[in-house]
Design a protein around this ligand. Structure first.
Ligand code: AMP
Length: 293
């Protein structure tokens, strides 16, 4: 396993792998502070691809002003030790200057999809995500790139980015990994104290109740959203930011649920920590294919 910090070195290694060795490359983009959610992506990349690259980069452009960029957990030594056990070929851990050289002025914006939910709550967030992924995809040119369903809106934006700008990379989306309590694993869970950690399980419990209501025949988006809201509001440490019920492929707001796949997404603060989670109902109908709104 080699740790690469330089953009130029990463470009030339990836080119060699592709051209001279004719091998497939899988990329797992992360911000580090690795947990079992990230590792599920690494495992699948290892299974599918000849060469696995994990990028570790806390991307400044995807943090809105006042967010946790400075205090986001960083531990490259620990992450490296973990990845050594997973037979990863390369860790790409650039400095911000390597990704954003002096005078950097080109940004990528996925219109529409990026304006709602997380995009509305975190101005500029998806512009930063789409831009850094564009740079990473150009440096590495992966055959496959791996993302978690935990960040549902991000997966839709990445798929649209790749299609619209004709990247030769296939996006693979894998299920959300959860603790036994239902809490979705997240690097930001490190901010939670014991009480907050217990309180945070309300997010999944609320989503699971909505799923149960759906399975018992509830088809009103408003009623499902209200149920999630009421459940989360019962937890005094939680402050709900939004709950949305949308088409899982287009993020189009729904009124009555039909046979389409449906995304129920929530964002809430538990104490000072902002967490997101989601579930997809009627998943087999959600192809992940790019249906235009
Ligand atoms: P991050 O380091 O938070 O930027 O996440 C890197 C990748 O890991 C993203 O594609 C996330 O969606 C994915 N990821 C984060 N948490 C989980 C989880 N609990 N289960 C599955 N994938 C996850």
């Amino acid at each position: 396993m080699e740790i690469i910090n330089r953009r130029q070195r990463m470009t030339s290694v990836a080119r060699k792998v592709r051209r001279e060795q004719d091998k497939t490359i899988g990329l797992v983009p992360t911000m580090g502070a690795l947990h079992e959610g990230h590792l599920s992506l690494v495992r699948e990349a290892r299974r599918m691809c000849d060469v696995v690259v994990v990028s570790i980069f806390v991307n400044p452009t995807q943090f809105a002003p006042g967010e946790d960029f400075e205090r986001y957990p960083r531990d490259l030594t620990k992450d490296t030790t973990i990845l050594a056990d997973y037979n990863v070929d390369y860790i790409f851990a650039p400095t911000p200057e390597e990704i954003y050289p002096k005078g950097f002025a080109t940004y990528v914006n996925v219109e529409g999809l990026a304006d709602q939910l997380e995009g509305a709550a975190r101005p500029g967030h998806f512009r930063g995500v789409a831009t850094v992924l564009t740079v990473l995809f150009h440096i590495i040119r992966p055959d496959f790139a791996y993302f978690g369903q935990k960040d549902a809106q991000q997966t839709l934006i990445v798929k649209r980015l790749v299609r619209d700008l004709a990247f030769d990379t296939e996006i693979v989306v894998l299920p959300t990994v959860r603790e036994d309590s239902g809490l979705a694993l997240s690097s930001r869970n490190a901010y939670l104290n014991g009480e907050d950690r217990r309180a945070a399980t309300i997010l999944y419990r609320a989503l699971a109740r909505a799923e149960a209501a759906y399975l018992s025949g509830e088809r009103s988006a408003r009623k499902l959203a209200e149920g999630v809201r009421a459940e989360i509001e019962r937890e005094p440490r939680a402050r709900l930011e939004y709950v949305s019920v949308t088409d899982a492929d287009t993020l189009e707001r729904l009124d009555k649920l039909d046979d389409r796949a449906v995304l129920i997404a929530v964002a809430a603060r538990i104490g000072q920590t902002r967490l997101i989670d989601n579930i997809v109902l009627n998943k087999q109908k959600g192809t992940g294919a790019l249906k235009m709104p």
